[in-house]
Design a protein around this ligand. Structure first.
Ligand code: GDP
Length: 453
């Protein structure tokens, strides 16, 4: 989802990046590209028009931060506006504590994912310590109640089916059943049709009137194209739903519908569903989604994961290097590590200060340069690698001959090691004397975090 939109938008920003100053023409070109990208992603044309107009106005007025480059300013404006388009902040599912039970009613077209969403929501609430009950009020699709019962069985949530005929009656009975069994939330699954249908709408309205739900949520299939606008508008008018569960966000649709819903109906997206399993429902965060669309969310995510995995190991390594000295083998391992990071390395390069740190650690060496560094290091004896300070002029000449390199190249590598070793020395100096290994490791982790590593 959103992949091609994401690619198009990042391409546009990349083109702006090299420019020191942006002219009105540059902005116009960028805005045209953003407009095309959104239209091709199936975002409603009126939504696109407003969106681009707002972005353009902000880019052309003085609403610009001096701490950012012109290109970064444009990215920021688009990010802000996209976040706003998606609803600005998280819209919580508010359940009353004093009213037992809360009733949540789901509406939407057939196949939108209503029945599975009912189970997913029940599962989420159960994990939060609630005791939900599911009401099978989709009496039109023959297998719907069975499907709900199976899902309920999987997640350990009771399903009320009643006589399986009168949806309005079943909804009312389910609420009474929940009261009898001290259940605090009833989730009502209702019937959908393939298209908007008067009978279906009337039934939803009748159920709503009968059980007075605390929340009506519309389940919307994110794969729906332009038609989504008509569907959600109609449902908004008839059922006055409170929020949206956007389903099938794991699919490969262009995602325009998901981007249009909020602007068209004014109703927030409360949850997104990213798969068929009961645990695939997530609270929707507009800011994270906007970042993801602009190719930033993933960056943050990747760095967070890489950091979580690497922090402990890196601190362990660093701690040993401090204790035993920084060897040639360490240097090679560090360089290899940075290279292996590939995508993450590139991302690091985009962070403030990251570029320099990366270069110092050999991150911009080509594979060929790496091989040549490796061959020089492997021409050293084991003792030389462990104690590089012992490598004098004569040894350098021997290493150069052995690895098929010039003495200058060996000297350069020694210099690089010298600099990295100095850096290690500084870090050692910053650490409190006499601190034990555990304390040192913690200090190092903190230090690496401070340095943005
Ligand atoms: P209903 O007719 O609205 O009740 O729709 P269902 O709940 O039966 O869902 C229709 C189909 O979509 C089922 O095969 C679901 O497993 C599938 N589905 C629902 N939500 C998602 C989702 O978030 N991701 C994916 N990949 N499939 C989903």
């Amino acid at each position: 989802m959103f992949d091609s939109l994401s690619d198009r938008l990042t391409d546009t920003f990349d083109k702006l990046r090299g420019k020191g100053k942006l002219t009105e023409d540059d902005i116009n070109v960028a805005m045209r590209e953003i407009r095309m990208a959104l239209l091709e992603a199936d975002v409603n044309f009126r939504v696109v028009k407003d969106f681009v107009a707002r972005c353009k106005q902000r880019c052309l007025t003085a609403d610009i931060l001096s701490s950012l480059t012109p290109a970064q300013n444009v990215v920021k404006v688009v990010l802000d506006e996209l976040t706003e388009l998606l609803g600005s902040s998280e819209s919580k599912l508010t359940l009353m504590q004093n009213r037992t039970p809360n009733v949540i009613m789901l509406v939407g077209l057939q196949g939108s994912g209503k029945t599975t969403a009912a189970a997913k929501l029940a599962y989420m609430l159960k994990k939060q310590g609630r005791s939900p009950e599911l009401a099978a009020c989709d009496t039109h699709r023959p297998a719907a109640a069975d499907q709900l019962e199976t899902l309920g069985g999987e997640i350990g949530v009771p399903v009320y089916r009643g006589d399986g005929k009168d949806a309005v009656a079943i909804a009312g009975q389910a609420v009474r059943d929940a009261i009898d069994h001290l259940r605090d939330v009833v989730i009502v699954d209702t019937a959908g049709r393939l298209q908007i249908d008067e009978l279906m709408m009337q039934e939803a309205v009748d159920i709503k009137r009968a059980v007075k739900p605390d929340q009506v949520l519309m389940v919307v299939d994110a794969m729906t194209g332009q038609d989504i606008v008509n569907v959600v508008t109609e449902f908004a008018e008839r059922t006055d739903f409170d929020g949206v569960i956007m389903s099938k966000l794991d699919g490969d649709a262009r995602g325009g519908g998901a981007l249009s819903v909020r602007a068209v109906t004014g109703k927030p997206i409360k949850f997104v569903s990213m798969g068929e399993k009961p645990d695939s429902l997530e609270v929707f965060h507009p800011d994270r989604m906007a970042k993801r669309i602009l190719g930033m969310g993933d960056v943050v995510g990747i760095i967070e994961t890489a950091q979580a995995n690497a922090d402990a190991a890196a601190a362990e390594d660093a701690e040993r290097m401090l204790r035993e000295g920084f060897t040639m083998d360490d240097m090679l391992a560090q360089m290899r590590q940075i290279r292996k990071m590939g995508g993450v390395g590139k991302i690091l390069g985009m962070l403030p200060g990251g570029d320099k740190a990366l270069r110092q650690m050999g991150g911009d060496n080509t594979e060929e340069q790496m091989r040549s560094i490796e061959s020089i290091i492997y021409s050293m004896t084991k003792e030389e690698r462990a104690r590089p300070k012992t490598i004098n002029g004569m040894r350098r000449a021997r290493i150069a001959r052995g690895s098929g390199h010039s003495v200058q190249e060996v000297n350069q590598l020694m210099k690089q090691w010298g600099e990295m070793n100095k850096m290690m020395g500084k870090i050692r100096g910053m650490m409190g004397p006499g601190s034990n290994r555990k304390q040192q490791k913690r200090q190092l982790q903190q230090m690496m975090k401070n340095m943005g590593m």
